[in-house]
Design a protein around this ligand. Sequence first.
Ligand SMILES: O=P(O)(O)OC[C@H]1O[C@](O)(COP(=O)(O)O)[C@@H](O)[C@@H]1O
Ligand SMILES: [Mn+2]
Length: 654
Amino acid sequence: MTEMSEEKYLQLLAEQFPNIPAVSTEIINLKAILNLPKSTEHFLTDLHGEAEAFKYMLKTASGVIEYKIDQIFEEKLKDKEKRELATLIFYPEEKMKTLQKRGGIPPEWYKEALDYIVKISREVSAIYTRSKVRKALPHKFSYIIEELLHLNENELSKKDYKDQILTTIIEVGQAENFIIALSNLIQRFAVDKLHIIGDIFDRGPAPEKIMSFLKNHHNVDIQWGNHDILWMGAARGQRALIATALRIALRYGNLEFIEEGYGINLRPLARFALKIYPEVNQTVFAPRLLDKELAQPEISLISQMHKAITIIQFKLEGQLLKQHPEFRLSEALYFEKIDFEQGILNLDGKKYKLTDSDFPTINTDHPYQLSSEEEEVIEHLRYSFRNNDRLQEDIRFLFNHGSLYKKYNGNLLFHGCIPLNKAGNYAEVKIAGQNYAGRSLLDFFDDVVRQSYSLNKQEETYRDWLWYLWRGKMSPLFGKEKMTTFLRYFTTVEDKALYLEKKNPYYKKRENADLCKQILADFELDPETGHIINGHTPVAEKRGESPIKGEGRLLVIDGGISAAYRTKTGIAGYTLTYSSKNLRLISHDPFLSRENALNKDSRDTISATEVVKFKQPLKISATDIGKKLADDINYLLKLHEAYQNGSLKENYST
Ligand SMILES: O=P(O)(O)OC[C@H]1O[C@](O)(COP(=O)(O)O)[C@@H](O)[C@@H]1O
Ligand SMILES: [Mn+2]
């Protein structure tokens, strides 16, 4: 700050802290906060519509709550009792209902449960200021809960006082309400900050439920994944992305969230598909149902709609590629390589028999042109996407709380990659005469996403760039040479090389610590202590792949929460927690169902790896907020000095 503006700033600060006692109180307060332990951050990624599994990971704070229970009740409780206590905290209402059904709950049970839960609440809230805890308390019980949280049970007189409070809570019939309120409090305070490293949408059944949850979360940030960008672009009206979003939903038979969750009417598409594609090859277009079941007529209808939207998608993509040679994806112009009469694809001198060669809507002279009915269908969908309040609200949330990458407490978070060239250097990408590479490329795309949301003249072009971000060669969110979707639908060959989506060199190079350190340094983070945290590529643990790369500098936490990828990874997801004590990588058991979680008596996490254990507990002073507070303290000290030396006048009138 210049001297002038510093003086001005102090004058402004003086309005808030008008005299020495006021400014001193604030200095004392902030200095005390700097010495509190850092609160816990929770990292999740690649949720892919798996709302139940996601909610469970949040409820359990990926083992943080069980870990606390272990610490507090180490000797006192048996493993089975610890698990009971944990499930009570995760699902208080359901758990108590089950117990009621099994023959009622005696007062002693409530007393013990309340006692345990108060102890855990005290432990998890101890690292926050009283004022922060107070703000999070449910209004109706705030006074009593505050008393319980702050009393010292080691003082004999206080123990009786506490016993009396608990007994009275039970006598007045409020035990269950208190248990629920305290359980929520524990869940709230076990984790203070949630990071979602992308891919909330696609493949799984309920992304809109995840979005509701996130919208109500107290502190979340999102690093956009390619599937989020897909939905953001679709909601903004980019037609190829609308077709792709629906194609993926149909491919997995997930229509409920579109029709019921968002209320988007798919009838026009269904009507069109029934008419134009009375029969489709089910081997190609039947939905992959994973753990759901559907009746045959529904499967048939979905297959027909699936084919209809797939053709629309490939036509729209063709149009886009012609319009944007700068995307350099012309190899994906497949329709012009098809011999429609023979049903053959000519690719790189080879001929491939098409799995389905019924193309009633294709004009072979202009294969990318939509038929008038297709045009109507996609325009109807575009209208529905753009005017859907619920979808627009969710997407606005993604824009407002998301970014292409995030620097947070020394770590660098992004979904996919930083595109590299074969030599392992940042790939240079020339866009509109400008060169971008590494951080500047990510900044460029971050800007593109934001521009696509504004209503300016180039809005349309920016939206097309969203499509590029979804599947372009140099997209940091995609990170693969090409997307072979078309080939996987329309050909079938033994040699899977045809379907290979070669990953950007980043994915090999990140095994190397030097690259990771270089990236951290280029983002102005400490290369010796910072970490890069990625999602996007499922870690095949069962084939021995490790999620920890670059000698611990980089962590990949996509472990397959997505049911579709579970067979590949062999586990059901990784999550990461970063507390004052350690950085822990947790690999999870498959989440089967709520009932299963409620009734099982063993703990959840398969294993947890302590990636880093801090010698001294980290304090708030070491965090980003801490640095900001230290800055504030500096100015408050200057204000204090100004009052003392008389250069500013104190005010006691308010
Ligand atoms: O397994 P699916 O659902 O067919 O999707 C495959 C497509 O998804 C992608 O893997 C992108 O999705 P991810 O970001 O989840 O990896 C493409 O590379 C690939 O073509
Ligand atoms: Mn992804």
